[in-house]
Design a protein around this ligand. Structure first.
Ligand SMILES: NC(=O)NC(NC(N)=O)C(=O)[O-]
Ligand SMILES: [Zn+2]
Ligand SMILES: [Zn+2]
Length: 452
């Protein structure tokens, strides 16, 4: 008779294909069997009737800032928060760590740091900046998930924005290397000039900051990146799209055959400009949070499949960097990776009728496929890694700062009512988070992009 490590009985499995009732068996870190009544026994067998089992979330966009700025977050605290929120893998951005990930040596440093302290699996983005074109090949050999470029000022001196020539040539090389390029798409001249003008005139409040990064800056940069991708044959991903029209540009390009995708983030889906005014710097980011109308457009695109994935863009900082009366000066970046799935369940499923299978797709299945991580990731099927999250959709609670496992327990979602409690998170079959506590030691594996 079959002997498993863990048997989950009578769970409600959520996959991109649908929702079904079944038993699920895990052995040697993998899902080995799924059926309505599995025979056999296991070291641990639990009845999960009434609970939903989602594929572990894959968060394609976080800044954990290690090495070099571990006091802002770090892999240990960042991944504890991820596990608590049902995330089983993440892709770390190349900036805000020191050194930034711009060559093989810096990749190795970050890989070692993550292997020492990450509780969940990870991949690393490499950077594309002026001056590192001759390092892209070694980054590809290291197994970067892709190359990230900023089309506007990154806020970090050692990670310069790309000029057009660097982006164009970088995409040519990336295409040859089979790497996807991800861009922070905002027009640097527009955003910098408007910011400078506002600051010179002493207009440094929340609304002044929001007005300094208008939607047109995002649209122009997306258009330019798409044009370069089309010309070079490079795969392109637009990170954190904040506007409905931005999504439309991506969808239209994809429809005419350009290999381009995009993500949005929970904060664009659940916060508006008015919230930024009320909440202050915890809700500052770039591109900025927009109007209610823009938010509704994003929901429509998410529901229709035009936005194929959601990532957190968790970009934390100590509270003192979020203080000060000049809104242009305070750190831009939102702490939110722990709440990604719960915000989609609350504002998406409960409020906008976002179907559960679509949530499985936009948080896991599509992400693994788009970035060519192992076919064993992001799916609930026999043979796949047992990266799973058990959720009680009936439970709701109000998020407290004390629930947050970040190094700095602030977030714009504190005080918000969330539905869907994460009870247990498994990474390759190992329970990392259980009933409110981290119960494992760090054992995250490096994931690499596997040939396009
Ligand atoms: N240096 C950052 O962490 N930047 C991030 N900050 C945001 N989004 O406000 C980003 O992804 O652009
Ligand atoms: Zn960005
Ligand atoms: Zn970011």
């Amino acid at each position: 008779m079959a002997q498993y490590d863990l048997l989950l009985r009578h769970g409600t499995l959520v996959t991109a294909a649908g929702v079904s009732q079944a038993d699920l068996a895990i052995a040697d870190e993998r899902i080995v069997a799924i059926a309505s009544e599995l025979a056999g026994s296991a070291s641990e067998e639990i009845d999960v009737s009434g609970l939903h089992i989602f594929p572990g979330v894959i968060d394609a966009h976080v800044h954990f800032n290690e090495p070099g700025r571990t006091h802002w977050e770090g892999f240990a605290t960042g991944t504890r928060a991820l596990a608590a929120g049902g995330t089983t893998a993440f892709f770390d951005m190349p900036l805000n760590s020191t050194p930034p990930t711009l060559d093989a040596a810096s990749f190795r440093l970050k890989q070692q740091a993550a292997q020492a302290s990450a509780y969940v699996d990870f991949a690393l983005w490499g950077g594309l900046v002026p001056g590192n074109l001759d390092r892209l090949e070694e980054l590809a050999e290291c197994g970067v998930i892709g190359l990230k470029a900023f089309m506007s000022n990154s806020g970090i001196d050692d990670f310069q924005a790309v000029d057009d020539m660097t982006l164009y040539e970088g995409m040519q090389r990336a295409a040859q290397l089979g790497l996807i390029v991800a861009v922070h798409a905002e027009n640097n001249q527009i955003t910098s000039a408007l910011a400078r003008r506002a600051q010179e005139q002493g207009r440094t409040g929340v609304r002044d900051y929001l007005a300094s990064r208008p939607v047109v800056a995002e649209l122009e940069a997306i258009e330019r990146a798409i044009l370069f991708a089309q010309e070079t044959g490079c795969s392109l991903h637009i990170v954190h799209v904040s506007s409905g029209r931005g999504v439309r540009l991506v969808a239209a390009a994809r429809a005419r055959g350009v290999d381009v995708s995009c993500e949005t983030c929970p904060h664009y889906l659940v916060l508006t400009e008015d919230d930024v005014e009320a909440l202050g710097a915890v809700a500052k980011c770039a591109p900025p949070i927009r109007s209610q109308m823009e938010q509704e457009a994003l929901w429509q695109h998410l529901l229709s499949g035009n936005i194929p994935m959601v990532a957190s863009d968790h970009s934390p900082a100590p509270a003192d960097m979020k203080a000060g009366s000049d809104f242009f000066q305070v750190w831009g970046g939102i702490s939110g990776c722990q709440s990604l799935l719960q915000l989609l369940l609350t504002e998406g499923h409960a409020r906008h009728h976002l179907a559960l299978p679509l949530i499985a797709s936009i948080t896991a299945e599509y992400v693994a496929r788009r970035f060519h991580v192992s076919p064993q990731k992001g799916r609930i099927a026999p043979g796949c890694d047992a990266d799973l999250v058990l959720v009680n959709l009936q439970e709701s609670f109000s998020l407290q700062a004390s629930d947050l496992l970040y190094r700095h327990a602030h977030s714009p979602y504190v005080g918000r009512k969330l539905s869907g409690r994460v009870l247990r998170t498994l990474v390759r079959g190992h329970t990392v988070f259980l009933n409110g506590k981290i119960v494992a030691t760090p054992s995250g594996h490096l994931l690499k992009a596997q040939g396009r």
